[in-house]
Design a protein around this ligand. Structure first.
Ligand SMILES: Nc1ncnc2c1ncn2[C@@H]1O[C@H](COP(=O)(O)OP(=O)(O)OP(=O)(O)O)[C@@H](O)[C@H]1O
Ligand SMILES: [Mg+2]
Length: 363
């Protein structure tokens, strides 16, 4: 899968710009604060419906403007796509793919697949569980729209349950039939979510272990560590488990168990990586996991995702850089850097020099 052109109007520090991409390596270079990451961010929005870093869509609209428009052309083995995103300052965002209006996020999934890799991802192993859940969710949801639907429904029910728990605690009530209604909803979705996460983790474990072995010779193991600890993950077992926690949850006025507590357990040579891993081992494991994420998408879909590497080369030592360069050869990658020397160039490499929200044309 590859993207061929991106048009930006009033997006971040871009006024009006059309960028054509090579289906292989695209090096987006320039000084700090010129608009390199903004390009990756724009592409990412077409895959996930939102920015990887903005808190609100308003931030994306150029200062002083009322709307922004982005267009992207991309291609997979089957067909060509034209997609557009319109952002309005005081209105709802509008996304279209091949002229079809996208009315909910799950409709957008499984068109454009991307893997974004920024320096913060190097903290995937030692960081908080929420970062690992985001890793899981962004991988699965871009292939399985139904997973995203379950996740959204689960969190809606969880919000309802949490406000009910607060009310019950306030009233000093010990149990409530509505709590079971929410637990039933949660159990239905949790069961589906856990099945997807179990399957995903098995594949990521296999792919990442292979990569880690190749980079450092170490044995990496990634295991699913669910927040719901039951033998079976069918909805009735999960429901009973949630129900058993009623009293404690009312006491604490918030949900204590559920897939919102899921995590990945990562070990290197048999020791928990978060606790015992050296900085370098943790980073290598994170790199292995991110490359494995792309391999996972390729495995499920038969298409390699577009790789968005944000300033990552300067964070890696020469060995890891060489490994990554080799892995991405022949695939489409957009890679930002302030220093082009860090990136191996071939005849297929396209250089894009970014200065103050414009692409500088040069020979
Ligand atoms: N809504 C906006 N309107 C106008 N300019 C914006 C907006 N949001 C961000 N910018 C500008 O965009 C620039 C940052 O762009 P970007 O993050 O792409 O930089 P970068 O080239 O990746 O820099 P670095 O090398 O430091 O990561 C900054 O100059 C910032 O002021
Ligand atoms: Mg940047």
């Amino acid at each position: 899968m590859y993207i061929s052109s991106l048009s930006l109007s009033n997006f971040r520090n871009y006024s009006a710009e059309k960028i054509e991409f090579s289906p292989y390596t695209n090096v987006i270079y320039g000084d700090n604060a010129q608009g390199k990451t903004n390009i990756l961010e724009a592409v990412y929005i077409f895959s996930q419906g939102r920015s990887h870093r903005a808190k609100s869509d308003r931030e994306l609209i150029k200062f002083g403007e009322d709307f922004a428009k982005l267009s992207l052309e991309f291609h997979d083995n089957e067909r060509d796509y034209k997609s557009s995103v319109r952002l309005i300052k005081n209105g709802k965002k509008n996304i279209k793919i091949n002229h079809v209006q996208i009315t909910k996020l799950s409709m957008l999934m499984n068109y454009l697949n991307v893997v974004m890799f920024s320096p913060e991802d190097l903290d995937l192993v030692k960081g908080s569980p929420s970062a690992r859940r985001r890793f899981i969710d962004s991988s699965i949801s871009q292939l399985y729209p139904r997973y995203l639907t379950s996740l959204i429904d689960y969190h809606k029910a969880l919000d309802q349950k949490n406000s009910l728990l607060k009310t019950l605690k306030f009233k000093g009530v010990k149990s409530d039939v509505m709590l079971s209604v929410w637990n039933e909803q949660l159990a239905i979705e949790a069961s589906k979510i856990m099945k997807y996460r179990t399957d995903f983790t098995a594949l990521i474990d296999e792919f990442a272990a292979k990569i880690q072995k190749e980079i450092s010779g170490e044995t990496l193991k990634i295991a699913y560590s669910p927040g719901i600890k039951t033998e079976d993950i069918d909805k009735s077992t999960i429901f009973k488990y949630l129900e058993r926690n009623q009293r404690r949850e009312i006491e604490l006025a918030s949900a204590q168990v559920g897939v919102q507590r899921d995590d990945l357990h990562i070990s290197i040579n048999g020791n928990e990586a978060k606790v015992y891993g050296s900085q370098g081992q943790q980073r290598t494991a994170a790199l292995s996991m991110k490359i494995a994420q792309a391999d996972y998408i390729h495995h499920v879909k038969g298409e390699y995702p577009v790789l968005l590497l944000d300033d990552i080369m300067s964070e890696l030592d020469i060995n890891r850089r060489m490994y990554l360069s080799e892995k991405i050869t022949g695939k489409q990658v957009l890679i930002t850097s302030t220093d082009t020397d860090l990136i191996e160039s071939t005849d297929n490499t396209q250089l894009l020099h970014i200065k103050n929200g414009s692409v500088i044309r040069e020979e």
